[in-house]
Design a binder for this molecule. Structure first.
Ligand code: ACO
Length: 428
């Protein structure tokens, strides 16, 4: 008997099955042979929330949640955040290797020269109410782009596919900035292709009457690092959604609108917004103990804490905490930081959080920086979606090239009524 197998004895029948183990994993379809009667469907595994189910093999992002390790294509996030930049990391995540000088120049040029939106998109965005949530506008506008680029449906044509990838990475900051300007009642600012990816985004947000907008280098750098940290995070809710929708061969705009919708939720990328609202509600350091008491008695969640994968400090939160000080030197200190630091101090010492391995995640400090930079709270999930576009698209390409993938279609355990006859309304 090979060692790389799992022996399962079905105590209902006494039968034994030998199931191959590869990468510490069994193939769920190998369970199907386990039956009591020959006409049974066969055994399923039950895993709500996919807590212990691998849906794919991937070579993009590695996380060791116990040790707090995050790597893109093998490179530690700390090195990429410290030494690289968003567009270089985007290339790395998309193509698997760091670019040469020529590759980097071409990639940056392509992205920075596809930033404009079709003029009709402005009318589409104008149709939203003045107080529309920018993430709702973002999701709807990304979906609408599929109608502007019908060739996006040719998802197995590499050239067409790459065109949409460049367009999406290039245009998401423009969509995000337009949704911000709309909510402020300000005229849209067209992209400035001479600026960096982050610099151009700041220009589209802030520019008023200046002929040329010059971003503050420290804020441009901080935003670039924040973007770098958010590029990918393996099979999280949004990325899994991208893959599920992509598995039916949908175009990338429609699939990405779905992924962004998943990201919007307060348990996922909407958590940075929820953290800020929570800190504002706490209002003062002296109110922190009472709030923590409420969390422990399960009246509340401590937003920005806990993670499905990290059972240690989220390495991205550590980096963000460091850049907060650099940002505050320019913008002035955000008063909410003291409340956040006190929450973290108490939580990291408290048994409730220690026993459950609850540590700050990426969203705990990012919102505090974004707010200090002047972003309204509702923009926070959009700021997450911009860089995550790269991860979604890289994972989508990996899905399309993976011969083992099939349309996503989970099973269920049916516990409803057995067959019964329809009863007319008059006799119910
Ligand atoms: N506050 C209080 N208790 C929490 C928190 C929290 N933030 N997170 C988890 N717990 C508790 C749960 O109640 C549970 O306790 P129990 O075992 O006594 O029932 C235990 O810790 C384990 O938590 P689960 O909910 O089983 O963990 P899961 O992996 O399903 O959830 C999640 C992870 C959704 C991130 C969760 O920790 C949470 O809701 N956090 C707050 C929202 C948040 O910050 N989300 C952003 C995540 S990062 C990202 O998506 C970019």
């Amino acid at each position: 008997m090979s060692n790389d197998t799992l022996t399962i004895t079905d105590n209902r029948t006494g039968q034994t099955y030998e199931i191959p183990v590869t990468h510490d994993t069994i193939n769920a379809m190998d369970l199907r042979q386990i039956k009591v009667n020959p006409d049974d469907f066969g055994m399923l595994s039950y895993d709500p929330g996919f807590k212990n189910t691998a849906s794919t093999k991937s070579a993009i992002t590695y996380i060791d949640g116990g040790k707090g390790i995050l790597r893109y294509r093998g490179y530690p996030i700390e090195q990429l955040a410290g030494k690289s930049n968003f567009l270089e990391v985007a290339y790395l995540v998309m193509f698997g290797e760091l670019p040469t000088e020529d590759q980097y120049q071409k990639w940056s040029y392509d992205i920075l020269h596809h930033t404009f939106l079709h003029e009709n998109i402005k009318q589409l965005m104008d149709a939203f109410r003045h107080d529309a949530h920018p993430m709702g506008m973002f999701i709807a506008t990304v979906a609408a782009l599929s109608t502007y680029y019908p060739e996006a449906r040719n998802i197995f044509n590499e050239k067409d596919r790459m065109k949409q990838i460049v367009r999406l990475i290039a245009k998401v900051p423009t969509i995000a900035a337009f949704s911000y300007r709309h909510s402020r009642g300000l005229p849209y600012v067209y992209p400035d292709n001479d600026l960096s990816y982050a610099g151009n985004f700041l220009s589209m947000l802030d520019k008023m009457t200046q002929v040329k907008y010059t971003p503050k280098p420290e804020l441009e750098k901080a935003l670039d690092v924040l973007f770098t940290l958010h590029v990918d995070h393996e099979q999280n809710c949004g990325t899994a959604t991208m893959r599920v929708i992509g598995s039916s061969n949908t175009d990338p705009y429609s699939a990405m609108a779905g992924a962004a919708a998943a990201l919007y939720g307060p348990l996922h990328g909407g958590a940075n917004e929820a953290v800020l609202r929570m800190l504002m509600e706490i209002g003062d350091v002296k109110n922190v103990p009472a709030f923590v008491k409420g969390v422990k008695s399960r009246e509340r969640l401590l937003m920005g804490f806990g993670h499905r994968v990290y059972k240690n400090y989220d390495p991205r939160a550590r980096i963000i905490k460091k850049i907060a000080d650099e940002v505050f030197e320019i913008t002035g200190r955000n008063a909410l930081l003291d409340i956040a630091l006190e929450l973290e101090r108490i939580a990291l010492e408290d048994d409730f959080f220690v026993q459950r391995s609850l540590y700050p995640n990426v969203d705990f400090y990012s919102g505090i920086i974004y707010q200090a930079m002047g972003f309204p709270v509702a923009m926070f999930p959009v700021l997450f979606a911009i860089p995550r576009t790269v991860g979604w698209l890289a994972q989508w390409i990996e899905l399309l090239n993976d011969k083992e993938q099939k349309i996503a279609r989970p099973r269920q355990i049916f516990l409803g009524e057995d067959e019964r006859d329809y009863v007319p309304m008059s006799v119910r």
